[in-house]
Design a binder for this molecule. Structure first.
Ligand code: SAM
Length: 341
């Protein structure tokens, strides 16, 4: 027998393959209500199995797997929630990420058709895409999703801008749930907001705004941003979050439209995923980008360089930048640019 002489190690590859089952484990725990059960108090595998209606010995291994994933902690025989699970995986938590996790899994369906799409290209359905954002539960889920760090980062960034105390009118471009606008209005009692989104989404946004108690300070505009639909004017802040990807390669088209809607000296803020210069990592960003392109979209990342170049060509400058960093909810680059002409 010819035993090969091994030059590298198999274990890193084996680890990657096993990690592919982690979403299954997390989802199953959420489906069974395991995190919600442990939010009521620590318990051992026997009590946990009784509570979930599962088989005790497999439940113990299941819970130990969640300990290995640092989602649970174990003390003696008792399991309790680790901080990450308590904050993001318990339904009653204000930063519950269940809606976003379900959405991510839905997008992930393209991953099972990867080989076919790589060969024949993606199939896009504009009608299905328009409807994808429309569901009130999806919109609220996205709103709750940004509570996991993004809304805190964006609010801190915008409220630190020197212009913030004097802002009077803002537009949340493709604002959907409008939670970013609501957070900013809470910090500045003089500020009024407009949520601009595609027609059916804007209608639902109006209901969410009323339900959240902001109807007297936030209005909505129905506009397809890829057409000449008006987006309003006289804004001293325009905020665009996770929408500009559509215009990759011709960002000037949307920036010129934004410029016209703003007062001189107004500030534009972009919140978008941004990848390392070589476009080869980190891994989770690469997976998001791959999934995005397999789904038929252009990109899910915009670099600081391309944003700056297109903004400068469209009459903006005097940038304030918070670079995309590890450790934040998403690797978003937050960038402010002033209207200079
Ligand atoms: C990923 S969501 C972002 C929502 C929100 N800005 C945020 O960051 O949480 C994309 C939003 O863009 C809107 N959108 C997509 N294409 C659009 C278009 N052509 N015109 C107007 N809105 C559009 C969708 O309806 C959806 O609300």
């Amino acid at each position: 027998m010819n035993i090969p002489q091994i030059k590298t190690r198999f274990q890193p590859l084996s680890d990657m393959l096993h990690q592919g089952y982690v979403p299954n484990v997390i989802n199953t725990a959420m489906e069974l209500g395991l995190f919600d059960a442990l939010a009521e108090g620590a318990m051992d595998a026997h009590s946990l199995a009784a509570k979930l209606g599962t088989i005790e010995n497999i439940t113990e291994t299941f819970a130990n797997t969640l300990v290995a994933l640092k989602l649970l902690e174990k003390s003696g025989d008792d399991y309790s929630l680790a901080p990450m699970a308590a904050e993001f995986l318990v339904k009653s938590s204000p930063a519950y990420q269940g809606g976003m996790i379900a959405m991510g899994l839905n997008f992930g369906q393209v991953m099972s058709q990867m080989s076919q799409i790589l060969k024949s290209g993606p199939a896009r359905s504009p009608e299905a895409e328009a409807d994808m954002w429309l569901n009130i539960e999806v919109m609220k889920g996205m709103g709750l999703g940004v509570m996991g760090g993004s809304i805190q980062e964006v609010t801190e960034f915008i409220t630190s801008l020197p212009e913030f105390p004097n802002l009077k009118r803002m537009c949340d471009l493709a604002g959907s749930h409008g939670f970013y606008t609501m957070a900013l209005l809470d910090k500045n009692p003089m500020l009024q907001g407009t949520i601009c989104d595609q027609p059916k989404v804007a209608e639902v946004a109006k209901d969410i705004v009323a339900e959240m108690g902001y109807a007297d300070r936030i209005d909505t505009i129905s506009a397809d941003l890829e057409t000449n639909d008006p987006i309003g004017d006289g804004y001293d802040l325009v905020f665009a979050s996770h929408i500009l990807y559509i215009w990759k390669g011709h960002l000037e088209d949307i920036f010129e439209k934004i410029n016209k809607a703003m007062v001189p000296g107004g500030v534009f803020v972009s919140n978008h995923l941004s990848m390392a210069g070589d476009e080869c990592g980190p891994v989770s960003e690469m997976i998001v980008e791959l999934m995005t392109q397999l789904g038929g979209y252009l990109t899910h990342h915009l670099s600081e360089g391309e944003l700056r170049k297109a903004l400068e060509a469209s009459g903006f400058g005097d940038f304030t930048v918070r670079p995309a960093e590890e450790g934040r909810q998403y690797r978003s680059l937050i960038l402010a640019a002033r209207k200079l002409r």
